[in-house]
Ligand binder design. Structure first.
Ligand SMILES: CC(C)(COP(=O)(O)OP(=O)(O)OC[C@H]1O[C@@H](n2cnc3c(N)ncnc32)[C@H](O)[C@@H]1OP(=O)(O)O)[C@@H](O)C(=O)NCCC(=O)NCCS
Length: 219
């Protein structure tokens, strides 16, 4: 595919439904039967941590094929110093166009914009396979952890410029934009606004469980 066939642009209000349909297609049955990411996107756009300046879609022939969103979260060191970082997500590509570098294009494009906006770190919780080629490293390498000194395997950190981390311990406090997604009834109500789709088990759900519950024990 030719890079020039694609337009990378800010999401607009007119795209909202199409973006949510895309997210629903991309995430359906991936980590749980069904998915909540279309609801999450809907909520995130209204959340105070959301960054509309980094809400990007990739389109071809007038069809949205991929999207990425970012929000702000916080790192706090042991002395209580705070640092604002970007939380990336969701990122998704239409299932028919996955593994063709669209996700890579969108990430690299928005990383550059983020640097221009003064951010130096991107963090997300996800499958490392999707991110290590983009320069993400294990949170353990940068001494970034959850409360309780937990270094999840899926907690991935990307320095947007070299040398951001100096070895001190940082606790990651992700914004709470996704909290309402734990409400299964609210997710089901939002999902009912979309065409019916069959929920089913698939192996990626087990893979997700393993990633979600794994931690890196020591360096
Ligand atoms: C994850 C996702 C966003 C990646 O976007 P994509 O356009 O499919 O992926 P890309 O082609 O840009 O490849 C990204 C990286 O994935 C890896 N990758 C690509 N093809 C792969 C394959 N067949 N098998 C394993 N890894 C592969 C590579 O590391 C690649 O980077 P590289 O090309 O620089 O080596 C996309 O597949 C998707 O939407 N998946 C469903 C939703 C999802 O999982 N979102 C992320 C939540 S954590």
């Amino acid at each position: 595919m030719n890079k020039n066939d694609y337009i990378i642009r800010l999401e607009t209000e007119k795209d909202y439904r199409e973006s949510e349909e895309l997210a629903r297609e991309a995430f359906w049955n991936l980590s749980v039967p069904g998915c909540s990411e279309h609801y999450f996107i809907h909520l995130l756009r209204q959340h105070k941590a959301f960054l509309p300046q980094l809400d990007y879609v990739l389109e071809k022939d007038g069809k949205i094929l991929a999207l990425v969103m970012y929000s702000e979260s916080e790192l706090v060191d042991e002395k209580g110093n705070k640092k604002t970082v970007l939380t990336m997500g969701p990122l998704c590509v239409h299932p028919e166009y996955q593994r063709k570098s669209l996700g890579k294009m969108l990430l690299e494009y928005t990383f550059k914009l983020a640097v221009g906006m003064g951010y130096d770190t991107v963090i997300n919780f996800g499958n490392p396979d999707n991110y290590v080629a983009r320069g993400y490293k294990s949170c353990r390498k940068y001494n970034v952890c959850f409360e309780g000194d937990i270094y999840p395997s899926a907690l991935l950190v990307k320095e947007l410029k070299e040398g951001v981390f100096d070895g001190r311990k940082w606790y990651y406090y992700q914004n709470d934009a996704d909290e309402p997604c734990n409400d299964e009834k609210a997710v089901a109500e939002y999902d009912a606004l979309f065409p019916p789709k069959v929920k089913a088990w698939q192996p990626s759900q087990e893979e997700f469980y393993i990633h979600r519950h794994s931690v890196i024990g020591r360096e």
